[in-house]
Design a protein around this ligand. Sequence first.
Ligand SMILES: Cc1cc2nc3c(=O)[nH]c(=O)nc-3n(C[C@H](O)[C@H](O)[C@H](O)COP(=O)(O)OP(=O)(O)OC[C@H]3O[C@@H](n4cnc5c(N)ncnc54)[C@H](O)[C@@H]3O)c2cc1C
Length: 438
Amino acid sequence: MPDRLSYDAIVVGGGPAGTAAALVMARGGLSVIQIERGRFAGAKNIFGGVFYTHALADVLPDYWERKPPFERPVTEQGYWMLSPDSALRIMHKSEQYRQEPAGAYTVLRARFDPWFAAQAVEAGALLITRTTVTRLLKDARGFVIGVDTDRPDGQVYAPIVIIAEGVNNLLTRQAGLIASDLPPRYVALSVKEYLSMPPKELQARFGLAGPREGVAIDIFGDATLGLPGTAFLYTDQAGISIGVGMLLEEFVCHRLRPYDVLARFKNHPVIRPYLEGSESREYGAHLIPEMGYDRMPRLAGNGVMVAGDAAGMVDALHREGTNLAIIAGKAAAETALAAHEQGDFSAAFLSRYRRDLEASFVLKDMKQYRHMTDFLDSTPGFMGTYANLLNDAALRYFTAHGIPKRSMEREIVSLLRERRSFTGIAWDMLKLMRAMRG
Ligand SMILES: Cc1cc2nc3c(=O)[nH]c(=O)nc-3n(C[C@H](O)[C@H](O)[C@H](O)COP(=O)(O)OP(=O)(O)OC[C@H]3O[C@@H](n4cnc5c(N)ncnc54)[C@H](O)[C@@H]3O)c2cc1C
C-alpha cells in the first residue's frame, strides 16, 4: 500500500455486516475500502447455516438474478427435544416455504461471503484481503480518522470507519465503545462440522422431494447434556451442517470439551442414523456474542460506528445473526452517507445510526429478548428437565399398556410431579414468559 491512502470510508471485516456497509456506501457514491484479514471474504467464517433473504433483498433488491450460492431453501423447520434415547419433534412444513425466492436458505459461508463481497466490489468498493487492521488511528481531538494494518506502511485514512470485525471485538474496545472483553457468561462457543453426502441419499434420509427442499432443525435437551445451549442439523445441497453450542461458562464449569459434546451428539441414537456413511469435510469453532441488549457497546463514537456481531447483534432464540448484521451494516452506511453530506462525523451526528436501528426489528428484537441469557443462567436445568419430561410423557401417551387411559393420564401427572412440582413448573413458565416479553 502506498503512503497516506485516503478514502471516504473504511470498513473493517468481510462478513455480512461489513459487506452490506461497503455495498451501500459504494452505491451511494463514496470511495470505500473494505479490509478483510482472511485469504478471501468468508475464508475464516463459519455459522450454522440458515440465511434469511429479507435482509439481502433490502441491500440488493435484484439478488435473485445475481444467482447467490444458496444450498437449499428451508422448506421444513422446527425443534427436536432430545432425551437420552428419544426425540419429541415439532416440525413445520408449508407450501409457502417453497415459493422462490424463499425466505430462508441454507448457505456455506466460504461460498456465500465471497459472492456477497463481489457485489460490493461491483458497486465500486475496493476489497483488500489478507490484511488485518491492527489499530484505529485518532486525531488530537480523539476522532477516529483511519486504521493501521499489518502491511508495511499500511495506514489508511477516512473520516468514517465502520467496524464489522465480528465477535472478537478488539477494535470496538480500542474505539472505547465497550469497556471490556465479553465475560464467558455472555458468549457462546459453537462447534460445527460439515459432512458431505450424495444429494439423493440426503434427500431420502430427510424425506426431501428434491434439491429444492431442505430442512433446518434446532435441537435441545440431551444434545447439550441438558445444559443451556442448542444443537443444529441443517441440510445443504450435498451435505449436512451439524453443530452444538453452549455458553462458554458451561463448558468451563462442567469441564466439557466442545468437540466431545459434538461427538456425543452425533452418536445419539436418534441422530446417528441420519449421519451414517457421511464424510467429514470441515470442522471449526466460533464464538457467538450473547451479551444481549443491555450489554451492547455504544454503537457510535467520533468518526466510528460498529455493526453486527462486534456489537452483539444476535438473536440466538431465532438463530438470527446474519440478517441483523446486514441491516445494521446498511444502517451504518446510510448514516455515513448522511455524515458526508453534512460534513459532520461527530458521535452526536452518528448517533442517528442507533436511532434507525431502534426503530427496526434489530434492536426491537434484542430488547424483547434482553433477559433470555439471564433466564437460562438462572434456570440451568430448564432444557434438560423439560426435554426428558416431555419425552417420557410422550412414551406413556403413545404406548398401549393394556391399562385404562385414566390410569395412563394419572401416571403422566405423577411423572410430572416427581420431576418438577406444579409450582415449579408454573414458576419456570412465568419466568420464561417474562424473559420473552422483554
Ligand atoms: C455456529 C454458529 C451458528 C450460527 N448460525 C446462524 C444461522 O443459522 N443464521 C444466522 O443468521 N446467523 C447465525 N449465526 C450468527 C452469524 O454467523 C453472525 O451473526 C454473523 O456472521 C455476523 O456477521 P458479522 O459481519 O458481524 O461478523 P462475521 O461474520 O464474524 O465477520 C467478521 C469479519 O471480520 C473479519 N475481521 C475480524 N477482525 C478483523 C481485523 N482486525 N481486520 C480485518 N478483518 C477482520 C473476519 O475475518 C470476518 O470475515 C451463527 C453463528 C455461529 C458461530
